[in-house]
Design a protein around this ligand. Structure first.
Ligand SMILES: *[C@@H]1O[C@H](CO)[C@@H](O)[C@H](O)[C@H]1NC(C)=O
Ligand SMILES: *[C@@H]1O[C@H](CO)[C@@H](O)[C@H](O)[C@H]1NC(C)=O
Length: 861
């Protein structure tokens, strides 16, 4: 007997139909997402997931034979038919009869029927009864029993077709020590034929934790592609940003030979991303846009070099201008057959041109030739106990069968035997560094070694500096170009951006290998999709707000990977344009120091400009310093540590970063504190956003915070590194006293903290400045020295103030004698009737009474 048809004639398309569906199935438990035992899904019926993202229905592949019908899961909101899962892949139904359906049997099975004939079945059974089929919000089709009990009988996620969806896992089962791929993805035979094709994707059964694509040809299975080793947040061979952003994750321990190892990924909205294995063997990650179109996030292999072992052993593959493979032997190797190799037959690869001396015991020794920026070769051994680059090198050096090593924080120490297989040279410096063992004689002879070393060092220095300069220019220009185009695109609908790859959208036609076209590591900065950041911060909810300032609000967020982030959403009213935003991004991307907050990425979308920073567990200095309840938590040791840290951060900004960044808005709320109370300067680069041209020393717009601004800057818009020194002086005084500079003019009849400190210090009563909550326990000598330094920093004339290198040096030694400070600004302001000075003060009292707000004073000239 045939089960009764489901009373739903559903929405294969169209909202009207959809509402009809809901109306009709009301009596079937109100859930159009569920097919119950005894019901059937007819040719024109559909199940729709509760969130409306997925449907289960019969379909004919787009562009294919319309007489062949399949049961499949489809994206409801995609503009073009998109089928992540098919039931009867190699048993199509005939459209002509129209007599086909899907049904859930009482015995606990899902069947696809043509007439009475079972065409496809789940081969399951359950004694529990009350069996239902449900399409879930993530596209999973679940067969369960027991009604409310919901015992899972079967799910489509365990039997994937060609698509990897959020919530699925790619698992390798190694129970009993025998590795079995639990999930294998098989491509369609062709874009119009869902039948199993030639390509399969799964995990390397040998436990390397790599994804593999195999190709079957004439009954033979060969490796077609591999992802490269897992490097903590990414695969060595895949641009990392995309995977990182949507929380791609390795579960289980690859170093064990037992247990399950799997990859999963999670997104906030599981209907947005999919990985698909195309019939031609290419794996592509797509993102669903609001328009219903699919955007390619990344795709591999797209050029010959990305396919497995293109060049044979001990060779590297670099892509030519048209994406064609250019093979060359690694340093210390030569073609096994020169004739074949030069004729383009690379299968035999390369062999050592001279044996390693550790093998032949010939004197001279071995060394390492560096091969930077590659997809590391296959068959690595992970030296799990080796913790740094030097030890890794030693471990390879000491082992004669070790042919190469690589060390990075993501991968740890990897070593290889003598055959190096499948090395791809990333364009423009992406990838990882490989060190290949070669006889030292090939690296330069011993007699000439010293001169060689000197020459090499000189050359390296010249090249590095040249390259850095070039890279800097190129990088800046590139980003400018790219963002520039975004700017011009302002009126087009906002597109979703994800990962650096998204930049290709703005750089014209896609180059063969663009998704890896990073402009060197220094420029690698993820571009986050606005949706990701909105979801990470609960739609920028006020509950997640960490702070606000003149530049915009800062929110706490959590990425799908679980990582906490701080998201600065620049206010649209702040007036700064794309140009300036670009500058900051370029700038900050280059600045890395342990006393600076790390920028993780950014987002530009329509009017939205957002920066993503690492999250700081202890928020900011002002939250401690100016809170009477928490002030005591900062003992003197911590405070001194913070002062020193800020000084080092400034030293880097002013001198060591080569860019000579003047912060221009140094204040307690811009000093963030990490878990261990290490200070990190934030908002550097913001000055440039609000300050206009970085080369101008005399600006029309003054950026900064009243009370922290040096007199020449506040009044005349003149800034230099010494204006930062002034602000730093104020900060020291605040850290020591625990008092806000701005709150001081109400106290002790003095104008501000500077005046107060100056008076006390001059009267030999400097100790009174020290915060009472630490006065008893701190080193008065150290604290007074800091006060002395602060007073030097806040001197009226910029040229009287010390520079930061001096400050760092003097803070670090307690023996050097500090010069006597000249009277600071306040005395001048006190006695001066200078109009400009008064103007500033009035302004401070009127409009900026909460004067720790960042202000932008427009100079009238
Ligand atoms: C998730 O995606 C679906 C389908 O595109 C959409 O309707 C829904 O609003 C999205 N939800 C969130 C939280 O973004
Ligand atoms: C020597 O190096 C090879 C290749 O990396 C590795 O397989 C082997 O375990 C190493 N031997 C020792 C004793 O560490």
């Amino acid at each position: 007997m045939r089960p009764a048809p489901l009373m739903a004639h559903a929405a294969v398309a169209g909202l009207a139909l959809l509402s009809l569906l809901y109306a009709h199935v009301g009596h079937v438990g109100g859930a159009a997402a569920t097919l119950s035992q005894g019901q059937s899904l007819g040719a024109n019926d559909a199940l729709v997931s509760a969130n409306g993202a997925f449907t289960l229905a019969f379909f004919a592949p787009r562009g294919g034979d319309p007489s062949r019908r399949y049961l499949g899961v489809m994206y409801a909101q995609a503009a073009e038919q998109t089928v992540p899962w098919v039931a009867n892949r190699d048993a199509p139904l005939s459209a002509a009869s129209g007599d086909y359906s899907a049904a859930v049997t009482a015995s606990g099975e899902l069947q696809v029927l043509e007439g009475e004939r079972v065409v496809w079945r789940t081969n399951t059974s359950s004694l529990l009864g009350n069996v239902t089929l449900t399409i879930l919000d993530n596209g999973n089709l679940m067969l369960s029993a027991g009604g409310a009990q919901e015992v899972l009988i079967w799910q489509s996620f365990d039997h994937p077709a060609d698509t990897f969806l959020p919530g699925m896992s790619i698992a390798l089962d190694r129970r009993n020590g025998i590795p079995v791929n639990r999930t294998l993805f098989t491509s369609w035979r062709s874009p119009i034929d869902p039948g199993p094709g030639n390509f399969t994707l799964g995990l390397d059964p040998f436990g390397s934790a790599q994804l593999y694509i195999w190709r079957s040809q004439g009954g033979e299975n060969t490796t077609y592609w591999r992802s490269g080793q897992w490097a903590n947040t990414n695969f060595v061979g895949i641009p990392w940003r995309s995977l990182y952003v949507y929380g791609f994750k390795l579960n289980g321990d690859p170093s064990q030979s037992n247990g399950v190892m799997s990859y999963t990924f999670n997104t906030y909205n599981s209907s947005l991303y999919r990985f698909m294995l195309h019939p031609n063997g290419t794996e592509t990650c797509y993102m669903l846009l609001g328009t219903g179109d699919w955007k390619t996030v990344w795709s591999q292999p797209t050029i010959p070099c990305q396919t497995y072992n293109m060049c044979g052993a001990n060779a590297e593959c670099a892509a030519g201008d048209n994406g064609q493979a250019i093979c060359s032997c690694l340093k210390g190797f030569e073609p096994r057959s020169a004739a074949e190799y030069s004729s383009g037959n690379w299968t035999q690869g390369c062999v050592r041109s001279a044996p390693l001396t550790c093998e032949t015991k010939v004197s001279g020794g071995d060394g390492f030739a560096d091969l930077p920026g590659v997809k590391l070769p296959n068959f690595a051994t992970w030296e799990s106990t080796v913790g740094d680059a030097d030890a890794c090198k030693q471990s390879c050096f000491a082992n004669c069968s070790c042919g190469a090593y690589s060390y990075s924080t993501g991968t740890g120490c990897l070593t290889w035997g003598q055959e190096l297989v499948d090395i791809y040279q990333f364009p423009n410096g992406g990838g990882y560094d490989l060190h290949i063992k070669v006889p030292a004689s090939l690296l330069g002879s011993t007699t000439k070694r010293w001169t060689t070393i000197v020459i090499i060092v000189v050359i390296v220095v010249v090249v590095v500096f040249g390259a850095c300069g070039l890279l800097l220019c190129k990088c800046r220009r590139r980003i400018k170009e790219k963002l520039g185009i975004v700017g011009r695109k302002k009126t087009t609908p906002p597109s979703l951006l994800l990962g650096m790859e998204a930049w290709q959208d703005f750089s014209g036609p896609k180059q063969p290998d663009q998704e890896e076209g990073e402009d060197g590591k220094k420029c690698e900065l993820p571009l986050f999709a606005f949706e990701i950041l909105a979801a990470a911060t609960g739609d920028f909810s006020s509950a997640n707000k960490l702070g606000e300032g003149g530049f915009g609000h800062v929110y706490k967020g959590r990425l799908p990977s679980g990582e906490e982030i701080a998201v600065k959403r620049l206010s649209q009213s702040s007036g700064q344009g794309l140009e300036e935003f670009k500058n900051e991004v370029i700038l900050i991307a280059k600045l890395q120091h342990r006393n600076l907050v790390r920028l993780l990425g950014f987002c530009i979308q329509g009017e939205e400009k957002i920066l993503v920073y690492e999250y700081m567990a202890n928020t900011s200095l002002d939250a401690f310093l100016f809170d009477p309840a928490r002030r005591g938590l900062l003992d003197w040791k911590t405070r001194f540590h913070i002062i020193e840290g800020i000084a080092r951060g400034l030293l880097y900004l002013h001198r060591d970063s080569r860019l000579r960044v003047v912060h221009r808005d140094l204040k307690a709320s811009n000093i963030l504190l990490d878990r261990d109370m290490n200070p990190k300067i934030s908002d550097f680069g913001m000055a440039r956003i609000f300050g206009g041209d970085q080369n101008q020393v005399n600006t029309n717009r003054v950026v900064g915070t009243l009370g922290y601004m040096s007199p020449e800057y506040a009044m005349e818009g003149l800034f230099s590194v010494r204006s930062d020194v002034y602000s730093f002086g104020i900060l020291i005084l605040e850290i020591i006293s625990g008092q806000k500079n701005s709150s001081f003019h109400h106290m002790e009849g003095s104008l501000n903290i500077v005046g107060y400190a100056w008076q006390l210090w001059n009267a030999d009563k400097g100790e009174q400045l020290i915060d009472p909550s630490i006065r008893g326990t701190c080193s008065a000598r150290e604290a007074l020295r800091c006060v002395h330094m602060a007073l030097l920093c806040v001197q009226n004339h910029a040229c009287d103030r010390p520079d930061i290198p001096y400050v760092v040096l003097a803070l670090g030694s307690d023996s050097s004698v500090l010069p006597m400070p000249r009277p600071p600004t306040f005395t001048l302001q006190c006695t001066s009737s200078d109009g400009e000075g008064l103007f500033i003060r009035e302004k401070a009292d009127e409009s900026y009474s909460a004067s720790d707000l960042t202000v932008t004073v427009l100079q009238s000239r």
